[in-house]
Design a protein around this ligand. Sequence first.
Ligand code: SAH
Ligand code: SF4
Length: 364
Amino acid sequence: MKTNLLNYDLQGLTRHFADMGEKPFRAKQVMRWMHQSGAQNFDEMTDLAKSLRHKLNEQASIEIPKLMMSQESSDGTRKWLLDVGTGNGVETVFIPESDRGTLCISSQVGCALECTFCSTGRQGFNRNLTAAEIIGQLWWANKAMGVTPKNERVISNVVMMGMGEPMANFDNVVTALSIMLDDHGYGLSRRRVTVSTSGMVPQMDRLRDVMPVALAVSLHASNDEVRNQIVPLNKKYPLKELMAACRRYLVKAPRDFITFEYVMLDGINDRAQHARELIELVKDVPCKFNLIPFNPFPNSGYERSSNENIRVFRDILQQAGFVVTVRKTRGDDIDAACGQLAGQVQDKTRRQQKWQQILIGQQG
Ligand code: SAH
Ligand code: SF4
């Protein structure tokens, strides 16, 4: 079988070329061709000797995931559905803002962690994405979005906040992050690449040691009782341990704060008393808050907090000195908002016998 070179970061590629008896700078050349010029085959790589191109054609490939569908929202948000085989698809979302362009990337087909308010979690888990499938999302989006009139990449930021729990697919995510940060890859700064986790404590420590990028933690509750209900992983890594892991992460983080995401669920976690409890909970962790109004999906059983409750909650945190943003819902008309990414997931865990195709909340 041919080796898909899209699965390698520079280190892996250099090793691969060394095994072929080639010089390390070949790895850099090929990396730039694949990720900066968007080359899809070796014959395009005109500065490689013909003999090397021939050898690469025999032994290696550049397999970019196939595009199943792309959509554009009236607010400029764009969404791509990529084919990841056997009827499965994952979603990638581009969110334009005045000062940056953010790409939201998926890390798994489905998710095994079963947060109760999350459409991806409700679908169950199929498999981890390969590094090629993760970086392939940036490859496609970058190709589609191109550069600004000032010749800067339109995609300036990446957030691992699509489908899946990035920390549960650690090695492939780290390889993809390495390609994003590499000057021969996408050259993004560590501060502009964010991994979002529901709180996998051991992996937070590992990420800090091998690839410290910006970190967002999906907190969603101010006490263990509520968090156990809505983020089942909390039973394994309760809040006290999570807060300690956040503090350890900050020792090497490229930013001097953790972003806490907090989904606003009516009557569940959105009361003034929760806001006050939250202030106490995070008192030793330099942080910012990102309040996310719940995005509904069919049969979720939850409702979005009222604007008034969100405002009161935000004010309490702000008065205590925290920076708080309330996430604007973008791409509503194409179901591209947080937690609505459904893609196409054939669950292998809970619905094994049935193998049904699930398309939640998606038109077309
Ligand atoms: N698994 C990772 C990253 C993907 S989810 C994590 O949980 O952090 C990205 C963010 O969207 C998380 O904060 C998640 O809790 C939130 N989210 C999930 N479902 C949502 C929904 N229906 N409405 C609003 N936010 C949601
Ligand atoms: Fe998985 Fe994140 Fe959804 Fe929880 S919120 S089920 S961790 S994708």
